[in-house]
Design a protein around this ligand. Structure first.
Ligand SMILES: NC(=O)C1=CN([C@@H]2O[C@H](COP(=O)(O)OP(=O)(O)OC[C@H]3O[C@@H](n4cnc5c(N)ncnc54)[C@H](OP(=O)(O)O)[C@@H]3O)[C@@H](O)[C@H]2O)C=CC1
Ligand SMILES: O=C(CO)COP(=O)(O)O
Length: 331
């Protein structure tokens, strides 16, 4: 099959390589000319790995003409603008596979909702999210990875499953819980930043285990509040993704948190990050959910104060430790 990828960053280019490995033809669209040139010369724009068989363009019309299947791989901050441009240039029904992880803080919308808002119904085909524990750094080296393709449209979840699965290093499960998968992928980034902060501050593995355990409960609460299934948060797209993101130096979110925990100012950390740190916007979105509902998200609330209100990591930890003592609840 032919597949176009919108966004040729670390993840988009890596997934283009997966699809090419699986025998498909790919065309990557990116606004960054230097990234496009690198891809066309067999270089990954973000890693030292050689890539092969992938073409790239800065011409959106060319990418839209190439295929009816679009992989959306731009950071969620640019997603709405990107979709507006796709909508302006579309001339037939397109099917969307979103691989970006985030919730729009201004609207609290998931990517599928943004797609619904920005793409004219005439051009809007099926939609799926492909998500789970997956650092591009490992996938590009063909290291074993397992993901979930979720859609309200069963044939499309299966189609995404067969496009991306291979018997060498990538296995895809399907799910019908689109909301749970999208929300889990977004909110785990918030907890991952906190994990980095704790490590940077000098806390150890006991603290990280506690954070992952209590953090998944905050993810469950947001998933359920937004209409997803609790069980989904205990699968690949929730706890699975949280484990990898909250404990890996490959994680952009963990690394950003790590530097904040070491005392580097938040603005400097974010400005210096070459790749996108989605968790900052996830923290803002989840904090807003806290304000407008009665869900309790104590970890995310202190993370918000560290990122947006200059609270120190030391004070954030004190706030968590001095909360009222109570029985352990698992929901
Ligand atoms: N990296 C990973 O391991 C994984 C990432 N993800 C998710 O994938 C998404 C993308 O992340 P990632 O690839 O790491 O991000 P990167 O920062 O590596 O790359 C994003 C790319 O998108 C380009 N871009 C920005 N705006 C547009 C636009 N309007 N149209 C086309 N291209 C655009 C950027 O160009 P420029 O540099 O000029 O801004 C850049 O080349 C995120 O939501 C992330 O959470 C999910 C799983 C794994
Ligand atoms: O979502 C991701 C891994 O599944 C990528 O985000 P991080 O780079 O922060 O881990």
């Amino acid at each position: 099959m032919k597949i176009s990828l919108i966004g040729g960053g670390s993840w988009g280019t890596t997934l283009a390589q997966v699809l090419t490995d699986n025998g498909h033809e790919t065309l990557v669209y990116d606004i960054n000319e230097s990234a496009v040139n690198k891809i066309n010369h067999g270089e990954h724009p973000f890693f030292s790995n050689h890539i092969e068989g992938i073409k790239a363009t800065t011409n959106l019309k060319e990418a839209l003409a190439f295929s009816d299947y679009l992989v959306l791989a731009v950071p969620t901050k640019f997603m709405r603008q990107s979709l507006k441009e796709i909508n302006l240039n579309a001339d037939r029904k397109l099917h969307f596979i979103n691989v970006s992880k985030g919730i729009e803080p201004e609207t609290l919308k998931r990517v599928s909702e943004i797609v619904d808002e920005e793409i004219n119904p005439e051009w809007l085909g099926a939609y799926a999210v492909l998500t789970g524990p997956s650092h591009a750094e490992e996938v590009i080296e063909r290291k074993l990875t397992v993901l979930t393709a979720a859609s309200f449209t069963p044939w499309f979840a299966k189609s995404v499953q067969s496009l991306f699965s291979n018997q060498k290093y990538l296995r895809i499960y399907t799910s019908d819980d689109l909301i749970g998968c999208e929300v889990g992928g977004a909110i785990k980034n918030a907890i991952a930043i906190v994990s980095g902060m704790m490590t940077g501050y000098g806390l150890g593995e006991n603290a990280r285990a506690a954070l992952i355990t209590r953090g998944i409960l905050e993810i469950v609460r947001v998933v359920v509040y937004m209409g997803g299934k609790k069980e989904t948060a205990f699968g690949l797209t929730g706890i699975g993704d949280l484990i990898v993101t909250a404990s890996s130096l490959n994680s952009r979110n963990f690394n950003a948190g790590l530097r904040i925990g070491q005392g580097i100012p938040v603005d400097q950390v974010l400005n210096e990050s070459k790749m996108v740190v989605e968790g900052v916007r996830a923290i803002a979105a989840a904090k807003d959910l806290c304000r407008s509902s009665n869900i309790e998200l104590p970890i995310i609330e202190v993370a918000y104060d560290v990122i947006f209100n200059h609270m120190t990591v030391e004070d954030a930890i004190t706030i968590l430790l001095t909360r009222e003592l109570k029985a352990e609840t698992i929901e």
